[in-house]
Design a protein around this ligand. Structure first.
Ligand code: BGC
Ligand code: NOJ
Length: 817
């Protein structure tokens, strides 16, 4: 069954029934203020850090799992009947319902009993607030007397504490209500200088700020006492659960529409100007009042919405494709790029699968996220690179995560994931290729955020590379540490204690277990670093890098090749993992993808051989599984990977993140048909037609699709915040469509299905717009032999960087095989 459809013109996904298999969400905000919103208006908001500056409350693992939310109620004051125009929380059967998730906004429209309602939720650019633009229309042929109630539940800032520390929190909640604006100021009296506010454009008939008064005892959001009786209680919260609800009375003639604007926002006051009067405990509202007044005006809201739309037009116009495949087009042109923005902003912190109270920004995750983001806002990518590298340890290792608010390494999880530092080289390489900004390498950057420890960014890359050289195991392969990319291959953990963290428990000294994956990654980024070094005139250093890379390649051939595929790792006993000698876990996807992307086996057929093995053992119609055979029981020497039932997550799930590595590898051996086929298998738009099986949003990639060993094979989970976003985007744009950023220009090297007659890409790159027309008259999969640039042939297939031209540069490329 379908639950909606794409509206590519508007860049929206239109959900046509509220009860989607799972809440299908969108993100509001893309700078500092963020919200998650589901198709029934569920979700929450926060400022920068979903844990430490949470504005509204979310009820964890609830049923349904998108409660609380940004709720409105409409009450017919003649009949006393009331309903939610977003369906939840009253779940009244609506006569019409539609939710449009767009780029940074969501509009939910409905009709019930001839009363139409529409709410658009969005965050204006540059602001720390969200707007709910609500309109209600009377389609009856008689007047309608209505009451509108809003409802949000404030979170007491630290969302972890909020969810656990009731003995304190039930006594700390404080609000102020002033001029119809509800201010949430819990803990403002002590060390906070920020507060939240919830405002409404209309004259209020009443308000409530105490949740339990608004709801009434033993009631929930489906029948709040205030709404049922048609009158707020004007409650002022003292402790318990501060809440925000406005009550507005609206009388509408037939055909009449009324617009109401609600503004929910976050505001900070200067520490010495918190109170007004200064010796009081009353919030100083002088600084926030102008912001509130601005956005309670309809015309400012319209203008802000327009700017948001235009901003996205600009961001997306950096790369647009017209190909014969509608699913590829809409992912590349709209949704995959949009998802890359979300992963850049959130890393893996806040979704309905990531609690927002757990993980900060991952070092490896954030570096990989750059691959899909850097072309949209290079300046933010630059800032992220510098923030990330400032958390790097002097040893070259990395804090596995950092908190976005403090930008400091997270001590709880620490370091020791031995792949981490290498991703910095990848991220920096991608940034320079996009921008040509070699200057970033000279930026002084601290180690471990320690003042005085500054070294040029380039030194950070050097230490990243050396980190592995200083951690080589018995076979000459890199030691794995706590884990490599696969957080669940915990070869030094040996945990037999229930509940112990696989991520942080280490019971072995780590001198034996090795990773072929890191070896491949080392070779890949080592080549990159050598190129960078050469460009900086550091020839000796470049040579040294290449010599180490060559040495590692040799070791991979010797100890990392299993006969028909690459071995995955060596365990603490020195035995291979991901080898034909294993009973389970004979072949893994990661080392195949990473070694081939590093160029290993391209010349001698090993790459093709490994890819054939992937196709034979790992490929399914829903994507490529992580390994086979799945682990049927817990193996103490392997760790979390074997904790999952077969077919889920790292234990032979289709871990979409690394499918693109195989797709890139297929393009590297020139197999356009298979590359595109694999891409389509996990493409959510192409899977829309199997929505009942897939269940997650059809407009964003999911981290995981259940593998063939799972009873729910084909079911997606963990949508939105996944490295899949950046890698699929990077793969589709740079390797399949083949418009690839390089240090010296834009390579045109498509590897496409033979049946494609061609395609056109418009790419903004280093100050110019290229309109690249690829023609494939002979039905080839690869092979641009010549390029015509504005009608003139150039040698090779790299478009050189040109001074900015006044007009788009027209490029024609013909595939000749
Ligand atoms: C998940 C991994 C994830 C890790 C992060 C594990 O439980 O399976 O995918 O990377 O947690 O902490
Ligand atoms: C998700 C994590 O965010 C990522 O860092 C890791 O590489 C994969 N899971 C695989 O375990």
């Amino acid at each position: 069954m379908r639950y909606g459809h794409f509206d590519d013109q508007q860049r929206e996904y239109v959900i046509t029934r509220p009860n989607t298999p799972l809440p299908w969400i969108n993100y509001l905000g893309c700078e500092a203020y963020f919200g998650i919103i589901s198709n029934t208006a569920g979700g929450y908001s926060f400022y920068r850090d979903a844990r430490l500056r949470r504005l509204t409350r979310y009820r964890y693992n609830n049923a349904p799992f998108d409660v609380g939310g940004r709720y409105l109620y409409i009450r017919d004051n003649d009949s006393g009947e009331f309903w939610s125009p977003s369906w939840q929380p009253t779940c009244t059967k609506l006569d019409k319902y539609e939710c449009r998730h767009g780029m940074g906004y969501t509009t939910i429209s409905s009709s019930y009993s001839k009363i139409e309602a529409q709410t658009t939720y969005f965050v204006p650019l540059g602001e720390t607030l969200e707007i709910w633009k609500f309109s209600v229309t009377n389609r009856r042929n008689k007047p309608a007397k209505l009451s509108i109630f809003s409802s949000i539940e404030f979170c007491l800032w630290d969302a972890q504490d909020d969810a656990t520390n009731f003995q304190r929190n039930f006594s700390t909640g404080q609000v102020e209500v002033n001029n119809g604006v509800i201010y949430h100021k819990t803990e403002y009296r002590e060390r906070r200088n920020h507060f939240a506010y919830f405002a409404c454009s209309e004259k209020l008939a009443g308000f409530d700020t105490q949740r339990d008064t608004f709801l009434g005892a033993y009631r929930s959001w489906d029948n709040p006492a205030a709404v049922e009786r048609g009158k707020s209680f004007n409650s002022v919260a003292h402790g318990w659960a501060p809440h925000g609800s406005h009550h507005v009375k609206v009388n509408l003639k037939p055909g009449e529409t009324k617009e109401i604007i609600f503004v929910l926002g976050y505001h900070e006051n200067p520490v010495d100007k918190k109170f007004d009067p200064p010796d009081s405990q009353t919030i100083n509202k002088q600084t926030v009042k102008p912001v509130i007044a601005k956005y309670l005006k309809g015309k400012n809201v319209v203008a802000a919405f327009q700017s948001l739309r235009e901003n996205w037009d600009g961001l997306l116009s950096t790369y647009q494709v017209q190909s014969p495949d509608i699913h590829a087009n809409r992912m590349v042109n709209i949704w995959n790029a949009y998802q890359c923005m979300a992963t850049f902003n959130m890393s893996r912190s806040a979704s309905f699968y990531e609690s927002g109270i757990g993980r900060g920004l991952g070092f490896r995750d954030s570096n990989q996220d750059l691959l899909g983001f850097v072309h949209m806002v290079p300046s933010r990518a630059r800032e992220r690179i510098l923030d990330l590298s400032a958390t790097q340890l002097k040893s070259g290792g990395a804090f596995h995560q950092y908190q976005p608010l403090t930008k400091r390494g997270n001590n709880d999880i620490g370091s020791g994931f031995n792949d981490d530092p290498h991703w910095l080289i990848l991220g920096v390489g991608a940034y320079i290729k996009e921008t040509g900004d070699w200057g970033i390498l000279d930026e002084p950057v601290q180690f471990e955020n320690e003042p005085g420890s500054e070294q040029p960014l380039y030194e950070h890359l050097r230490r990243s590379f050396n980190y592995t050289l200083e951690r080589i195991g018995p076979h000459g392969l890199p030691l794995i540490g706590r884990a490599d990319w696969n957080d669940c291959l915990n070869l030094n953990c040996f945990s037999d204690t229930p509940g112990q963290s696989f991520q942080t428990t280490t019971n072995k000294d780590g001198k034996v277990a090795e990773s072929v994956f890191i070896a491949g990654l080392f070779v890949m980024v080592g080549k990159e670093l050598a190129t960078i070094a050469k460009k900086r005139g550091l020839n000796k250093e470049a040579e040294r890098c290449l010599a180490e890379v060559a040495k590692m390649e040799k070791v991979i051939y010797q100890h990392g090749w299993d006969g028909a595929w690459f071995v995955r790792a060596y365990d603490d006993f020195g035995k291979p993992i991901g080898s034909k000698v294993c009973k389970e876990g004979k072949i893994f996807i990661e080392s195949q993808g990473m070694c081939i992307m590093a160029g290993i086996g391209l010349k001698d057929g090993k790459a093709r051989r490994a890819l054939a093995s992937v196709n034979k053992h790992l490929a399914t119609k829903h994507g490529i599984v992580l390994q086979q055979p799945a682990f049927s029981k817990y193996y103490i020497h392997l760790g979390e990977i074997s904790s999952y039932p077969p077919g889920y997550k790292e234990n032979a799930g289709i871990f979409c993140h690394n499918n693109p590595w195989i797709i890139i590898s297929e393009t590297m051996v020139g197999n356009g048909n298979r590359a595109f086929d694999y891409y389509t298998r996990i493409n959510p738009s192409a899977r829309e037609k199997i929505g009942d099986l897939h269940r997650c949003e059809p407009y964003v990639f999911a981290q995981m699709i259940a593998g063939k060993d799972a009873p729910t094979h084909g079911e997606a989970k963990n949508s939105w915040l996944t490295g899949t976003a950046a890698w699929t985007y990077f793969t589709a744009t740079q390797w399949i469509l083949g418009i690839r950023t390089e240090f010296d220009g834009l390579r045109v090297d498509p590897v496409i299905p033979a049946k494609w007659k061609g395609f056109t890409v418009t790419r903004r790159f280093r100050g110019n717009t290229y309109v690249i027309e690829v023609k494939n008259p002979k039905g080839k999969q690869r092979g641009v032999k010549k390029l015509l640039v504005n009608g003139k042939e150039i040698a090779g297939n790299v478009l050189p960087v040109l001074p900015p031209q006044s007009k788009p540069i027209h490029v024609e490329a013909v595939l000749e095989g």
